[in-house]
Design a protein around this ligand. Structure first.
Ligand code: MOS
Length: 750
């Protein structure tokens, strides 16, 4: 097992931010949250709570020394609600006490007297009432309004998709320590140390250099700690700032589920037009995104929905419109796929419906319309590879589909109450932040005099294996053993102005920065060695397997000697490098540009067996052909693909986020919210990698892995619909996700 942290995790020795030993003086924070989804605070009684022994402070919006303002795109969110309440779970006050139990007991004693308004919970209702967070966005290509006349078949419909709880194992937490000159040091479980630093500085009215953020590693994040780790860090910092003592804030599972945002629910309308032979000519889609109460990352997520509105297909006439609808639910946020899953579910549903109407298998329409190299995406970028088709072909040839379909037919004919279904799911995902400026990273590399190497980057390890990849990249670039390399914690003092570890770009961008920094050091070492050993131009020197080579000839110096002698000759053994993804741009006026460094393609086959008496089902086979470039670490990439697939299957099947009519989360415990477990995972998961691809622009011709495989799970939705149709051939498909057993059973007997 190559994954760096395996040994630590197995032995329980990994240090998460809550594991850092804290001084005895450390105080604990608890959150007082809004009990209503919409309205205002009339009075708030803090006196009773303040009198409880052990309570050190109760802090409200009035105690914020800087600006009571959060937000990384649109600054519309207060850290602590002043008067207006916008969702149930919105932080109103922070209680700081000597123990967490005391803090929570005191928080529960705080009486809020509120005036309550009727909340808006539905995105279409928000749209009707013009409750929008931003101007609508529209991506368009060709002549989408004129193209319908040429279509032999047109299908229209709606698609609903639900939220999804991140359920990272480690709940949100942060730890703040006051430092000299009124500064703060934070240990924060965040994907974005710089965002925590910037927002905390704003809250406290400090310059950014007075706030240091350190992130050791995360126990999972999945997007849930891209923007929404900030609140808890800023609150801990606020407590530390006022009391001049270390303060820790750690949400318990119940708080975490209620207070923090989830994947955005979408409600969408589609219209698709095809030629008689199944060529998609026109596609029109409108996304009503339930953004929740504050902007958070919603506009960026909606933008990615527009980018991925046509998934892996080439469609000449497209109009995709998105509305970012403000409701009174906790702000929905980043979640693996970042708006792409919601969009891809809609185009797949459109194709499925068209296939049903035309009486041709929808997989034939999928196949016929897969994008080719140099075809245009609706945002004006050319497909750089033919991998949409290559992965599909490979999947088909591996799967003997005609035989599989025959077997299923026979099985379904023999079994009146158990039905099988299968579906294919192509995926195309663009790699780069769609906000071009965010596509930058930096690395700081120190070679120590004993030859060991310390590497600091902007990348946050959250279980995805980025540290293993960065260590391998370092070792490969310097020509040394990977055991010499240590990947440091992510820290704003060592790596400034960083982007979140998100958008699947962590290993790509930080890996490139590491290659650059290591290259600089290596260049200095080779120049020095060429001079000291009096051998020709330094370009002829190389280091590999821990030895200096002249061409193919090993020299007397090993890595350690080289480093030691260079140090004595006063050569700089440290380097910092900055990487900015080249060639990308995007014009938000025209919505055109080369928005992505490259795309990741792939295709999956999902099969399911449905118990038509109970509505329960089991995914049987998931076979994936995935374009990972020259994988830096096939084991890690396989793990990411399998995990993402199961998470995607969970979203479309089991995981149902429910709110009551007051905007209160009903599914706020793990007994009420069902997530995939090992028994739910497909009986067999096969992941095959496409090896050589022309556009592998990641480090050493690798490609990003984190998000793309999530969308293979969408195939499970259509496999289920096929199984349901085998039981009820007259069934009109309802494109509402998740297809919970309850929903399946109701549909089968409706
Ligand atoms: Mo990720 S959903 O881009 O944090």
């Amino acid at each position: 097992m190559k994954y760096r942290d395996t040994r630590l995790h197995l032995r329980g020795e990994s240090l998460f931010s809550d594991d850092h030993s804290v001084p005895e003086a450390t105080l604990m924070g608890a959150i007082v949250a809004s009990p209503i989804a919409r309205g205002r605070i009339l009075t708030m009684d803090l006196a009773t709570a303040k009198k409880i022994p052990g309570v050190k402070a109760v802090l409200t919006a009035d105690d914020i020394p800087g600006e009571n303002q959060l937000g990384n795109i649109i600054r519309d969110e207060p850290l602590l609600a002043g008067g207006e309440l916008r969702f149930i779970g919105q932080p109103v006050a922070l209680v700081v006490a000597d123990t967490a139990a005391t803090a929570r007991r005191a928080a529960a004693k705080i009486q809020l007297n509120c005036e309550e308004d009727t909340p808006i919970l539905d995105p279409r209702e928000a749209f009707e009432k013009n409750s929008l967070i931003a101007e609508p966005r529209c991506f368009q290509i060709g002549d989408p309004d004129g193209a319908w006349a040429d279509c032999a078949h047109i299908a229209e419909g709606t698609v609903e998709s639900g939220g999804q709880e991140h359920l990272y194992l480690e709940t949100q937490n942060a730890y703040a320590v006051p430092t000299e000159h009124g500064g703060i040091k934070l240990v924060s479980s965040t994907q974005s140390p710089t965002a925590v630093q910037r927002n905390t500085a704003g809250i406290l009215g400090l310059p950014m250099h007075m706030v240091e953020v350190d992130t050791p590693r995360l126990g999972g994040a999945f997007g849930g700690k891209e923007d929404q780790a900030t609140h808890w860090a800023a609150l801990a910092a606020l407590g530390a700032f006022h009391l001049n003592k270390p303060v820790k804030v750690l949400l318990d599972r119940w708080e975490d589920m209620r207070f923090t945002g989830k994947r955005h629910p979408y409600s969408s309308d589609f219209k698709i037009g095809l030629s008689a032979d199944g060529k998609i000519l026109a596609y029109q889609v409108t996304f009503y995104q339930n953004a929740g109460a504050f902007a958070d990352l919603s506009t960026a997520i909606l933008e990615r929905s527009l980018f991925h509105a046509t998934n892996s297909y080439f469609i000449p006439h497209v109009k995709a419109t998105g509305y970012c609808c403000r409701t009174n639910l906790p702000p929905f946020t980043a979640f693996r796929g970042f708006g792409a899953p919601q969009a891809m579910l809609v185009i797949e549903a459109a194709i499925h419906k068209a296939g049903g109407g035309m009486g041709i298998p929808y997989s034939r329409i999928q196949e016929k319309n897969l994008i080719r190299r140099n075809d245009l995406f609706p945002y004006g970028m050319k497909a750089r590879s033919g991998n949409a088709r290559a992965s599909w072909r490979r999947l088909k040839s591996m799967s003997a589909l005609p035989a599989l379909h025959r077997e299923m037919k026979t099985f379904n004919a023999k079994n009146p109450l158990v039905k099988k279904g299968a579906a294919l799911m192509p995926v195309c995902f663009g790699i780069s932040f769609t906000s071009t400026f965010m596509n930058q990273a930096n690395a700081l590399v120190h070679v120590y005099t004993d030859g060991s190497v310390g590497v600091s980057t902007a990348a946050v390890e959250m279980g995805q294996g980025v540290n293993s990849k960065l260590a391998q990249i370092t070792a490969r670039t310097l020509g040394i053993n990977v055991e010499r390399v240590k990947i440091e914690t992510t820290n704003t003092t060592r790596n400034a102005n960083t982007s979140p570890t998100a958008a699947s770009t962590g290993a790509d961008m930080n890996g490139h920065a590491v290659i650059m920094a290591c290259g600089t050091i290596l260049e200095r070492l080779k120049r020095f060695a060429a001079g000291a050993l009096e051998i020709g131009p330094h370009q002829n020197l190389a280091v590999f397997s821990e030895r200096v080579f002249l061409g193919n000839k090993p020299l007397a110096w090993d890595w350690q000697t080289l480093v030691r002698n260079a140090y004595l000759a006063r050569i700089n053994l440290s380097a910092q490098a900055h990487y900015a993804t080249p060639k990308i741009f995007f014009d938000r006026e025209t919505n055109k540009g080369r928005a992505f460094a490259y795309h990741v393609h792939g295709a999956a086959l999902i099969t399911v067996e449905l118990d038509c008496l109970r509505g329960t089902y089991r995914f049987e086979l998931a076979r994936i052909v995935h374009d990972a470039g020259q994988s830096l670490d096939p084991l890690i990439d396989r793990g990411q693909a399998e995990g993402a697939l199961v998470q995607g299957l969970g979203w479309i099947s089991l995981e149902e986020v429910l709110y009551d009519e007051k905007g209160r989360l009903i599914t706020d415990t793990l007994s009420g919210y069902k997530v995939p477990d090992i028994f739910f995972a497909p009986r067999e998961i096969q992941v095959d990698f496409l090896s050589r691809t022309p556009d592998s622009d990641g480090p050493y011709n690798s490609k990003a892995i984190g998000e793309p495989p999530y969308m293979y799970g969408i195939g499970g939705f259509f496999a289920l619909l096929e199984a349901m149709k085998a039981f009820r051939p007259d069934l009109e498909p309802d494109y509402t996700a998740p297809l919970t057993p309850e929903r399946v059973l109701t549909a089968l007997y409706s």
